[in-house]
Ligand binder design. Structure first.
Ligand SMILES: *Cc1c(COP(=O)(O)O)cnc(C)c1O
Ligand SMILES: [Zn+2]
Length: 405
């Protein structure tokens, strides 16, 4: 039943065996991508078969890398709603606006998709000790899925990562270490310990299967839009797994005959406090340079250097998309605007897409008849510090002055 045939280097094309643990390309050090026998998948199932399957990302089973169903580690992730955003769309001048709402997923962010896949594969290979550098949400997701699989995890997170991420790792029994530095410093610690501490590194795109979990967002979008794709996708970009994964999903679906050749414009949004991909896109560069002093409330976007930078830049350019940076002040304003217009309490990363849509509509990059999908990549409830208010306090022993309401 496994349709996965091998892994292929995204840069040099070198093939690698998929029946044992792999990290990056042994020739050039770049990310490996899963390749499937899509002809066989095509013969085994068609898109209408999906209708009878459970509403999780595992409905795309044939194009997922796990060999044996018994190794699937799941908390019910995937098939999140694609919500029309009429009130917000009206405010922005984008009447066909939609939000893919990843807040409703286990662990509260879409990192669950990638880590469900990585942990399932780790279980399949008999790996017992997993390590991750994380800005926060990937750590929480790894900790949750590893707990469910009974695996041990070592987590390295910037000291100033969101509080909730520390708590979820703590609660699920991970070994949590706070690092006085950025995710890139955490990455160095993890890389250094592979041999010495005997752990497996599940960093974004250094582990080949997280991107396979994230690509299911592309499959879901197509299925939810009746096997069409939107005109534009605005994606809050850190390591870029989702962007790269969705683009891969579109190519696979076309080969399967599930969709045609039309592609959305893929649009990256980053915070102006950490925007290496935007800077590289604007400079016409093939790769991004390290972003010094990365700082933003949108913790998931605080990735100063990404191993998949060249792949993201390819996707943005091939799709005719663009890249835009927005400020933290705008991001925090949009958290409230989105919540007030649509009842969606988004994470700051998700709110960044609203700020981007606003700018791009004003600049005429997006037009009123575009079908635009914003990715709300996680729940606002994971970031209680992003909404700070002062609230009136009433004393029940005093007569209430109803004139005040
Ligand atoms: C990690 C993260 C992102 C960035 O995702 P990539 O696919 O790594 O670019 C966006 N939003 C949230 C909430 C995240 O945790
Ligand atoms: Zn290579």
């Amino acid at each position: 039943m496994p349709f996965l045939t091998h892994l292929e280097c995204s840069k040099c094309g070198e093939k690698h065996a998929a029946d044992r643990p792999q990290t990056v390309c042994t020739i050039c050090g770049k990310p490996l991508l899963s390749r499937y026998d899509l002809e066989a998948v095509k013969a085994a199932c068609n898109r209408d078969d999906l209708l009878r399957r459970p509403a999780t990302l595992w409905r795309y089973r044939e194009v997922l890398p796990v060999a044996d169903d018994g190794n699937i580690v799941t908390l019910g992730e995937g098939f999140t709603p694609l919500l029309p955003a009429n009130r917000l769309g009206e405010q922005l001048g984008l009447p066909r606006l939609m939000v893919k709402d990843e807040s409703q997923i286990p662990t509260g962010t879409f990192k669950a998709r990638g880590l469900a896949m990585a942990v399932s594969r780790a279980k399949e290979f008999g790996l017992r000790r997993l390590a991750i550098p994380s800005a926060g949400n990937a750590a929480g997701a790894l900790a949750a899925y590893a707990a469910r699989a009974g695996l041990e995890t070592f987590i390295f997170m910037p000291q100033d990562a969101p509080d909730m991420n520390k708590k979820e790792c703590d609660a699920t029994g991970a070994h949590l270490y706070l690092v006085e530095g950025l995710i890139s410093d955490c990455g160095k610690i993890v890389a250094g310990g592979k041999a010495a501490a005997g752990w497996f590194d599940v960093s974004t795109l250094k582990e080949p299967y997280r991107v396979e979990g994230k690509k299911t967002m592309g499959y879901e979008l197509a299925e939810q839009l009746g096997w069409t794709l939107p005109d534009a996708i605005i994606y809050p970009t850190g390591g870029g797994t989702g962007l790269i994964g969705m683009w891969k999903a579109f190519a696979e679906m076309q080969e399967l005959g599930w969709i045609g050749p039309d592609r959305p414009r893929m649009i990256t949004v980053q915070s102006s406090g950490c925007a290496p991909i935007v800077r590289a896109f604007e400079a016409g560069a093939q790769e991004a340079e390290f972003w010094q002093g990365a700082q933003t409330v949108a913790a998931g976007l605080r990735v100063p250097a990404a191993i998949g930078d060249f792949l993201m830049l390819q996707v943005l350019r091939q799709s005719g998309g663009t890249a835009i940076a927005v400020s933290d002040t705008e991001i925090l304003d949009e958290v409230r605007r989105l919540a007030q217009a649509e009842g969606l309490f988004a994470c700051p990363e998700g709110a960044a897409t609203v700020a981007a849509a606003r700018h791009l509509r004003e600049d005429g990059v997006l037009s009123a008849d575009d079908r635009v999908v914003l990715f709300n990549t996680g729940a606002g409830m994971k970031y209680p510090e992003a909404v700070l208010g002062e609230y009136p306090v009433l004393d029940p022993r005093q007569t209430v002055d109803y004139g005040r309401f």
